[in-house]
Design a protein around this ligand. Structure first.
Ligand code: ZN
Length: 326
């Protein structure tokens, strides 16, 4: 009976110990994830603080001007190798349906993505930013909004039934900027969404994954201009090499012309040197059936010359695969 009680108690102790262990593990795991979460939140907060400081004057590293007049009045060149921070994004619409891609379409360039939305659907700012353009273009974008963001991007939202922001207004990522519609050059309600860097349209699907309602990655590195620049650099490098060669040749020519006597001597000695180097560089691999005589004949020399060059006697035996100077 006593033994039974001890067994029972031991069993309970062991059970409670394992429970304790499990809950301890849970606590540790929970703490770890909480720490990580805190870290993430503080990163986002820090990131937002940085962004907020620039919201009145976003992306001055890319843009030198600010106007409310047109989509593309950007002064200055598109930066090369530009890193765009896409964190802190918000999908402009929860719609996952891309009805038209970026690129060449109907004999004209389609500068954005078409996303299926219905009239009255909420359209949101993709990032924190400052509203640059709020306009109506009956032959094009319809009711549209352009926002400049601190990450360097400008986003455009077209064909909306209504715009709900005013120029120079500061907006947060996810803030409602308008309602889906079918205004301007549009057949069927949809959102025309563009992403531009210094006026240069970038395929939004390289940044935003609408079907998965996510960004493609945390950063997008724009390299378009760099490639062109590199091509230009290599072309100019080639040109300069060509120039150097021309210069060298003309310098040699000039040196030769300087003194006729010297020139003649130089030319003569150069010819000798050339012949020497020619004779030095030539080698012959002996084939099956070759004789010293046949090799000499093939190479336009006498057997005596051949033997002298190779430091061998005329009676020397040669074998296939052996290399001889000729
Ligand atoms: Zn479109």
């Amino acid at each position: 009976m006593t033994i039974h009680i001890i067994k029972k108690t031991l069993g309970l102790v062991l059970l409670s110990m394992s429970t304790l262990q499990l809950s301890a593990q849970d606590i540790i795991a929970h703490q770890a994830s909480a720490d990580k979460q805190m870290k993430d939140i503080s990163t986002i907060k820090a990131h937002k603080i940085i962004n907020n400081t620039n919201l009145n004057n976003p992306a001055t590293n890319v843009y030198t001007n600010w106007d409310n007049a047109s989509v593309n009045s950007v002064a200055g060149a598109v930066p090369s190798n530009f890193k765009i921070d896409l964190r802190g994004f918000c999908m402009p619409t929860p719609s996952r349906v891309v009805t038209s891609k970026f690129g060449y379409r109907w004999h004209r360039q389609h500068q954005g993505l078409d996303i299926k939305v219905y009239v009255g659907d909420t359209i949101r700012a993709a990032f924190d930013g400052k509203i640059r353009v709020v306009k109506y273009d009956g032959n094009g974008y319809g009711n549209y909004v352009v926002i400049r963001h601190p990450n360097g991007l400008e986003t455009l939202y077209g064909h909306m039934s209504k715009t709900l922001v005013r120029p120079d207004q500061i907006v947060k990522a996810g803030q409602v900027i308008g309602l889906g519609g079918n205004t301007g050059r549009s057949t069927g309600s949809h959102l025309h969404f563009e992403t531009r860097l210094a006026g240069k349209a970038i395929d939004p699907s390289l940044l935003f994954d609408f079907p998965n309602q996510d960004i493609v990655s945390d950063y997008y590195i724009y390299r378009g201009e760099k490639i062109q620049k590199e091509a230009r650099t290599s072309a100019s490098a080639l040109a300069s090499v060509a120039n150097d060669q021309n210069n060298l040749e003309s310098a040699l020519e000039a040196a030769e012309k300087k003194s006729t006597t010297n020139s003649r001597r130089n030319t003569a000695s150069r010819k000798v040197a050339q012949n020497k180097s020619k004779s030095k560089s030539k080698s012959y691999t002996v084939k099956k059936g070759d004789t010293l005589y046949s090799i000499a004949k093939k190479n336009g020399m006498s057997v005596k010359e051949l033997c002298k060059k190779n430091g061998i006697k005329q009676s020397a035996k040669i074998r296939a695969g052996q290399t001889l100077k000729c």
